[in-house]
Design a protein around this ligand. Structure first.
Ligand SMILES: [Zn+2]
Length: 183
């Protein structure tokens, strides 16, 4: 796994297929996606190597249910006590309440999909013990308030996260911002 600093508060954990993003707040960590199945321990080790206690991982937000994004979530939640969150539509798939729909692929995407599958562990996504279902517009308590944006298409429950807090994401900008002087 490669660990790449993207922003002062954001690291990319990159697997041969799949990834996770680690967001650092002052007193807790948030993971966005959790890599492929079997990667929970590797993510916890990366958190330790970055100087944090894995128990500081407060939540794992999944952008969608596919195994290269959700695969490590159950293992990581069991290791850290983190809450797992996903849009309600994909949370139902992860809980195995509804079957996972087959991906809808264009002709040109099929060889790419087949190549990616060859690099994934042949393991099912273990369902996390508990998953909180999300809806469009929910605001999560990290990054100064991260808004859930429902972007159905890749899966019915795909989400993006928008962190609109001023200065949260600029390179080199301290967060939280210094208190105003009142002038
Ligand atoms: Zn996917």
């Amino acid at each position: 796994m490669d660990v790449i600093a993207l922003l002062p508060r954001l690291h990319l954990l990159r697997f041969p297929v799949g990834q996770a993003y680690l967001w650092h707040d002052a007193d807790e960590l948030t993971l966005v996606d959790a890599g492929p199945p079997g990667s929970g321990h590797a993510i916890a080790d990366a958190v330790t190597a970055l100087g944090h206690d894995p128990a500081a991982v407060r939540r794992v937000v999944l952008t969608h249910f596919h195994e290269d994004h959700a695969g490590g979530a159950a293992e990581l939640a069991a290791l850290t006590g983190a809450q797992v969150l996903a849009h309600a539509a994909d949370a139902a798939v992860l809980r195995r309440e509804v079957p996972a729909p087959e991906p809808v692929l264009e002709e040109w995407e099929r060889p790419l999909h087949a190549a990616a599958l060859r690099h994934l562990p042949v393991r099912e996504v273990e369902p996390p013990a508990r998953i909180r279902g999300l809806a469009d517009g929910d605001v999560l308590a990290f990054g100064g308030g991260a808004r859930v944006v429902h972007v159905p298409g890749h899966t019915d429950g795909s989400i993006a996260l928008h962190l609109p807090a001023p200065a949260c994401c600029s390179r080199g900008t301290p967060w939280p911002p210094p208190p105003s002087t009142g002038r």
